[in-house]
Design a protein around this ligand. Structure first.
Ligand code: FAD
Length: 295
């Protein structure tokens, strides 16, 4: 099913993001995570794509196929374009089509010092424009509540985002965001700019202090004081940090749902424990049969 059709039927969705494990035995263990995630009947699960021409690429399709065939959940395959030419993109699209995978999160990807960019596709919108001429995929796009790091300012960034939706991105999944007010303002700016695609906030439950400091530096996202205090207080006690990180994420999710966000996209980091805790916290808020709008 195309993800855009899900948004026609439901007002709010729940989705998860996982990454393909690098080793074969880890790919087998992914079932532990998937069985927990799929129990909550998410609207879709997106599968990341190895950065910068990594050989791991085809694992994205392998895992997306597994999600669809073994768990009956709609997968979204991420696909970057900066390091690929038309022939490589065609091969990937053909394989997705063969597997019956209908949804692509179309991305530019990041520059990689070890792999030269091919300069065929400059932006994610180029990838969407190219593929939509030949295939019937539903395209999703990435968005950045605090602007993409390469954008000169917020206005330029939103204008680029409008080009992405004009090219054919039907749903926008956001970069992780720890401050709901920033997300709500961004969502409003998108509407003002005429972007009609649902804008779905990305939530990253924090379970390791080092991981989150690295991510915040890399992605340039704000680290609110309330959140920083929690990390500082519990960083040396992994179990306490897990509890505190999950509570922070859950409180964000509940506030977003209450504030009318059109869905929640949860970065699970392949941890069944993260999925379990979030599911537990949402059990009276999320009804798998009817979705987030039930309550
Ligand atoms: P683009 O949409 O191409 O934007 C890149 C920059 O160019 C931005 O500054 C934008 O404002 C500007 N721009 C865009 N279009 C135009 C235009 N037409 N004219 C002028 N300027 C323009 N990376 C991976 O390698 N693998 C993944 O699986 C992955 N998954 C992700 C999932 C999500 C939800 C998000 C938010 C990011 C993900 N990324 C992933 C990271 C992403 O590849 C990087 O953030 C990358 O730097 C930008 O990708 P993009 O598709 O947003 O780029």
């Amino acid at each position: 099913m195309k993800i855009s059709d899900i948004y026609r039927e439901k007002n709010q969705t729940l989705s998860f993001e996982i990454f393909p494990p690098k080793k074969d035995d880890e790919l087998r263990n992914i079932d532990e995570t998937l069985s927990v995630l799929c129990e909550l009947k998410p609207d879709f699960i997106s599968v990341t794509f190895g950065a910068g021409g990594s050989a791991n690429c085809n694992r994205t399709i392998e895992l997306a196929r597994k999600i669809r065939r073994d768990y009956g959940v709609e997968p979204v395959a991420h696909l970057t374009c900066l390091h690929y030419d038309k022939r490589e993109i065609d091969a990937f699209a053909k394989e997705l089509e063969y597997e019956g995978i209908e949804n692509i999160l179309a991305l530019r990807g990041d520059a990689n010092v070890n792999v030269p960019a091919k300069d065929v596709f400059r932006y994610s919108s180029d990838l969407i424009s190219y593929l939509k001429e030949k295939h019937d995929f539903c395209f999703l796009g990435a968005c950045y509540p605090e602007s993409h790091p390469e954008s000169a300012d917020r206005i330029t960034d939103i204008k680029s985002l409008k080009k992405k939706t004009d090219a054919g991105a039907k749903v926008l999944l956001s970069q992780m965001c720890f401050d709901n007010d920033i997300f709500f303002k961004f969502s409003e700016s998108c509407r003002i700019a005429g972007i009609e695609a649902p804008v779905i906030p990305g939530i990253m439950p924090v379970i390791k202090a080092s991981q989150i400091r690295r991510m915040v530096d890399m992605c340039g996202v704000a680290f609110p004081d309330r959140f920083r205090r929690i990390i500082d207080r519990y960083e040396n006690d992994p179990e306490a940090l897990f509890d505190a990180g999950m509570s922070y994420a859950l409180s964000q999710v509940i506030d977003l749902i209450a504030g009318g966000a059109l869905g929640i996209h949860l970065y699970t980091m392949n941890k069944p424990r993260v999925a379990e805790r979030i599911c537990e916290g949402l059990k009276n808020i999320y009804d798998p049969a009817t979705g987030l709008e039930a309550c």
